[in-house]
Write a protein that binds this ligand. Structure first.
Ligand SMILES: [Zn+2]
Length: 427
């Protein structure tokens, strides 16, 4: 289906040229599936979705969609499709095995492919992005995508002075970073916290340059203060105390999204013993046995068990994060799926599915969680062409054997992933 006949469908000649150069995906009719389109509409049973050159041109019940004569038919009878999943807080390229400091083009691409095989078709990398990551982001070609789309933030900014803050923001802004990322956290009292005049300067400069500011915070007080300073995205759960109405109002009034990253907390303590997911084929199929062996070592497990911080995250931070998630979701805050996966032992791809499970455990419905990882996430990241299975959007599609509305764990019954009409190769 790499027919040149499809070329006239492109509105602008530039697209036509790249399409011809890379081989366009052609016309595909996905038939027979239950379609959960990422909006609040009920699922379409026995739906048809038409993708032409990577874009959705038509979607609806079988009776209402005409299948073009030249379409390649992908029969999905009995299956369910959802939009490609969006991780609003991930990281790429630094870790190899369990060791950081391996950033290069190959490692970024390898990890984006891993995300894609798990159905994560867009990753917002919130920090530690280097030159190659920006290049990959810049060069993304939708007509040949077989790895996850990428957004980058550059380094996490930690300037010591106002002057450095101005320079740092402008430095990453000049590279067209998608986000500015900062941390306002003293790591349970072990490090210095960024002073308010520094983050206020960063917020002002980011706004001046038109780049959204993502804030890592731990305390309610810091989350509120950075919102007041102009933060655009809250990159972790509030974990020290219950959120209050003032915080809810600030999030809603400023249309700021909040990502819980529950699995970030899990990663701090779960290796104190053998994690349940070590026996999940959906996990083991993509993870080196050697990594699991290292994480299983009794010395390592003892260290985690005896770590005061790990136990604090387990017994205080995570339960508080889950309570706050329920409160914020019920209050109508835009909660979006994000994991902080990418650092060692925060497994890219798998942790996003674990995160969605935990969001349901915290009290969100499976549909709310799917929307938090698709349409709401896209809206929060300003991605108008992603997040739903609607006419005009990119055909980023996750095919599932079972219905995730029945059980969110069914997102793991993943049989195929498509990005812009390209089928992502299986491992
Ligand atoms: Zn992070």
């Amino acid at each position: 289906m790499f027919s040149i006949i499809r070329a006239p469908f492109f509105a602008i000649s530039l697209s036509l040229l790249s399409a011809a150069a890379y081989g366009v995906p052609g016309t595909i009719a996905f038939t027979g599936a239950r379609i959960i389109d990422g909006t609040e509409m009920p699922a379409i049973e026995n739906g048809v979705l038409i993708s032409i050159d990577g874009r959705i041109t038509s979607v609806g019940p079988a009776a209402s969609v005409t299948i073009p004569d030249d379409a390649e038919i992908v029969d999905l009878q009995g299956k369910t499709i959802i939009p490609g999943l969006i991780n609003t807080h991930g990281h790429v390229g630094q870790v190899l095995g369990l060791e950081s400091g391996h950033y290069d083009r190959g490692n970024v691409l390898r990890q984006l492919a891993l995300y894609a095989r798990y159905g994560i078709t867009m990753v917002n990398s919130l920090g530690d992005d280097e030159y190659e990551g920006f290049q990959i982001r810049n060069d993304l070609n939708p007509y040949s995508l077989n790895y996850s789309r990428l957004m980058v933030a550059g380094p996490v900014l930690a300037p010591a002075t106002i002057e450095q803050a101005v320079r740092a923001v402008n430095g990453v802004a000049d590279q067209n970073a998608d986000f500015i990322k900062i941390r306002v956290d003293d790591n349970l009292g072990r490090t210095a916290k960024m002073p308010s005049e520094i983050y206020q300067t960063i917020a002002d400069e980011s706004q001046e340059r038109g780049i959204p500011l993502a804030v890592h915070a731990y305390n309610l007080e810091d989350a509120k203060a950075t919102l007041a300073a102009g933060a655009d995205f809250i990159a972790h759960s509030v974990r020290d105390q219950e959120v209050d109405q003032e915080f809810i109002d600030a999030l809603i009034d400023n249309q700021v999204c909040y990502t819980p990253t529950l699995t970030r907390e899990v990663s701090t303590f779960v290796y104190e013993s053998e994690p349940e997911f070590f026996s999940d084929p959906f996990f083991t199929q993509e993870v080196d046995a050697e990594i699991m062996t290292t994480l299983r070592s009794p010395e390592r497990q003892t260290r985690v068990r005896n770590s005061e911080t790990a136990q604090h995250y387990k017994n205080h931070a995570l339960p508080m994060a889950m309570r706050n998630l329920k409160t914020l979701a019920d209050a109508g805050v835009n909660v979006v799926m994000g994991t902080d996966s990418g650092p060692a032992a925060r497994f890219q791809g798998y942790f996003e599915h674990l995160e969605m499970r935990m969001m349901v455990d915290a009290g969100m419905s499976p549909l709310e969680v799917i929307r938090s990882a698709t349409s709401v996430a896209a809206q929060c990241l300003g991605l108008e062409e992603l997040g739903t299975l609607e006419e005009g959007k990119w055909a980023d599609i996750v095919v599932l054997d079972r219905n995730p509305l029945d059980d969110i764990d069914n997102t793991k019954s993943l049989s195929d992933v498509w990005i812009a009409g390209n089928r992502v190769p299986r491992n």
